[in-house]
Structure formats: C-alpha cells, structure tokens
Design a protein around this ligand. Sequence first.
Ligand code: F6P
Length: 547
Amino acid sequence: MTLSTIWDRLDAQAGRVSARAIATLFHDRNRAAAFSVRFPGQSAAAVHGEEMLFDFSKTNIDEDTLELLIELAIAAGVQARRDAMFAGRRINETEGRAVLHTALRNPEGKVALDGQDVMEGVRETLLRMRGFAREVRGGGICGQGGPITDVVNIGIGGSDLGPAMACLALAPFHDGPRCHFISNVDGAHAADTLKDLDPETTLVIVASKTFTTIETMTNAETVRGWMAARVSDPGAQFAALSSALDRTADFGIAPERVFGFEDWVGGRYSMWGPIGLSLMIAIGPERFDDFLAGGAAMDAHFRSAPLRSNLPVLLALVGLWHAQVLGHATRAVLPYDQRLARLPAYLQQLEMESNGKSVTMSGQAVSRPTGPVVWGEPGTNGQHAFYQLIHQGTQVVPCEFLVAARGHEPELAHHHRLLLANVLAQSKALMEGRGLEAARAIAEKAGFVGDELDRQARHRVFPGNRPSTTLIYPQLTPRMLGQIVALYEHRVFTEGVILGINSFDQWGVELGKELAKSLEPLLAGGARPETLDGSTAQLLDFVAAAG
Ligand code: F6P
C-alpha cells in the first residue's frame, strides 16, 4: 500500500469511529494491556525501578487503526531512516549534516562519519567534562573568593532549555553548587539572577553552539562586566560550551575551559554532551552517567523493538492519529510532577522547532498538517486554570499525562497519593464525561426545578470521549529522565519521517533574527526606510515618546 492510500484509509477509519465512545472499548477486558507498552518490559527492570508504562488505551485507537498506523510507519521507511541516523548518514539534508546526538549517550559505542571514527572525540570531551565537574564540585577549581557556590549557564533555546529542565527535574540529586540559567536578552533576566550571587564564588558557563547568538553573547558580555567589577581575572571563572572554538578564543576563554561538540549535534538535542555541563556539576558525573545510560537504553529499544511494542514509535503514531488524522491542532503535555515544570517548554522546542515545517524533504508543500502546537503546565496547577477548556471547550485537546508512582518525599506520601488520585481522575473524567441525565440529577440536588433545572443541567454536562495517554514510571531519577527525554526525541523523529519533513533544521527562526538586527538601529534614532510598515512605525513612535 502506498502512503497516500494508508492516509486515506486512516481518514475513513476516523469517520467510522468518530461517534464511538472510547469508554465502550473497555468492554474488551484486555484493552488496557493490549494498548499499553512497558519499557524495558522485563520484570528485572521493574525491580531496579527502571520500568515505564505507556498507556494509550484511553484513545479511540483500535486494532484496525493501529495496524494502519504501523503500516504507515513501515511505508514511510521509519526503520531505514532510523538506521541511517544511527549509522551517521547525513539525514539533515538541508544542512548537509549527520544527526548523531545518540553517540553522546553511548560513549562506548562505535560510530563513523564518512569513514572517520567520531567516538574518540566524544569520549575525550566526556572525560574532560567529568574532570572539570569534579574539580568544581571538590573545590579544585575555585573562584577568587573560594570554592564555587553558584554556576550560571548563559544560553538560549537548546543551550538552555535542556539543562534548565533537567536541573529542576533532578533537584533531589543535587549535591554540587547551585545552578542558575540566564537566557532572555531582556536585561531583567540577568539582573534578577545576578542580584543574589557573589561574583567571587560564581562560575559562568557560556553555552552556545554557534557562539553568535545575540541574546547569549549580550548576556555573556554583561555578566563578564558584572564579574570584572569584583574579580581581577574573570576569565578564570568562565567556561564555554560550543562548536565554534575560534569564537570562544576571541571571547577570551582559555582552551582548557572550552568543551566542544560537532555540527552533528543539533541545538535542541545537545543536552547529552557539553551543553549538559551545568547538570553534571549539579548532580555529579556518576549520576550524569546514569542519565546518559537511560537515554542509551531507550535508543537500544527504539532500534530493536518491533514497531507494535516500540515505545517511541507508538507515542508518535498516537500523536499522528490525533493531529494529522483527527485534526486536533494542539496537544497538552501535563506532567503531574512539579519538578517537570519546564518539560512542556523543553518539548515545545524539541517538537515545534523540529516538526513545525511546511515543505517536505524535497521542497514540496506537505499534504497534511505537520507538528501540532505543544503546550502544558504541571498538574495539579493546570486543573485550576485551563482544564475547564479541556473538559468542556469546543476543541478537543489530546492530553499526555506523566507521573511517577513514587515521589521523593516519603514524609509527604499523602501529597503524592493526592497527586496520583488527581491524574487518574483527569484521564477518567476526560474519557467518561458526564451525560445530561447525571447532570440533571446534580442540578436537582442543588434545588433547581423546571426550566432552570434544564438550563443548569446543560452547564454541568461533560461531553467526554476526549483522548489522553499516561506515561507512568516508578520515580523520577537521572536514568528515568534520560529515558523520557530520549523517548520524546525519537517520537519527534518518527513523526518527522512519516510526515516526510526534515526534523533537524530550523530555517523558520531566521527571518525574525534578521529583522531584529535591522530594527535595532531604528530604536537608537536611525533613519527609517521608506518601506517601513505603518504598524511598526507607530510602535517605534510609542517607544520614542516613552523616552
Ligand atoms: O534560534 C534558534 C536556535 O538556533 C536554536 O535552534 C538553538 O537551540 C538556539 O537558537 C541557540 O543557538 P546557539 O546554541 O547556537 O546559541
């Protein structure tokens, strides 16, 4: 079957099942197990606390649909493309680059690019990172005022979101200096972050793959000035993470303080290597190794598991069913884990920068909508904010819940019980809803009668039949976080291959950057070009008038 025939059949399937209530699928007593996958899927793993369960049974996917979706993956060549990626082929075709971030988490592996071994460099950099992190943590590398108490990572996008998300996620494992992140060019970010820090005991890490990003370079200069006011040799308290070694040298950072990586590591896939240095300093090299091992375990699974039990592939297929077949324009990522508060922002870059494209690999317009809008907030907070729309609004928002079976605060076990009760309640409420009869009974109990009873009842109806998935794992550890991040990376990859797009470039961020460059002089009073549009001119006038 060709790809377009399979898409057509999926459309027909969607038409057939549109009126079916998801809840009725559970008449099949085996549904929950059949529409779930466990990773790694062996009881020994469960004993070690590594097992995760992805339950997609609360969706309208049935065996026929799943079979079609898997045929879609096969027809799109997911397996061959996956193998090409791991083998170091230049699958990022618009930039002529290989995609080898997976090599960073498998330092003992073997990967060659154009016949050249890449692993020696990976191992060497990892060794240097470990040595540096140990020295910073142990006091071997100090600031002018003594041992390093605080680390400031200056970066944006992929050079910020990954380590910032992971540092918060793994807070229970921190036993090194405190980590802070400055990303926004808004001076408020630097000012608020620096205000409580001591420059004499702060280490600054400038994280930028290109070392040209205007936000990062502006913040780096500002922070260097802040440090120079108190520290006689600020360079001794700076390090850089970059693939542009000439530019780090121009900035004045000594080569032994520079941790490089190659162009085959995309920014949003880079937290596994040098960009993860702040995380390594916070949790220590051994736990960072556990994080890498989690990612590598997910890689091995993605490469070898049959598609029907392949976790990233299934996550991708569920996503495609909701966004590309049913046409739901957004998906919510809802971690019931306060420490995963930055996961939605991290996934926004990973998914939307990767798959927010309009042309296929060959430059033709895509035939289906591409990446959906990804958004979210931790539960239970979101329940008291936007869940109203998720339950009763006019658009269907497929929800992806994440939760740990156990928290890190045994003394607060009752909090975790409530957290779990809430996440279970939400997916059940979304699926089952509440019909008019039940709503009437509630309104009646509240004392309403006659027409008012009817009116009040209608406001209390929940349409239900709203799909969700749940990813549950024993506890959020470094290894588990590695598994989760790699799972999402491969999900994005799989969706991208099926959509026929290049998930590894990001041309869509360029135009705004170019225009910002040309508008900055106008804010400083420069002559306005005649072609300047009226709205932009009016906004510039407003700024000028505000002084
Ligand atoms: O503007 C988008 C982007 O290029 C992202 O892809 C990247 O993660 C981010 O900017 C930061 O880039 P760099 O690490 O080169 O400073």
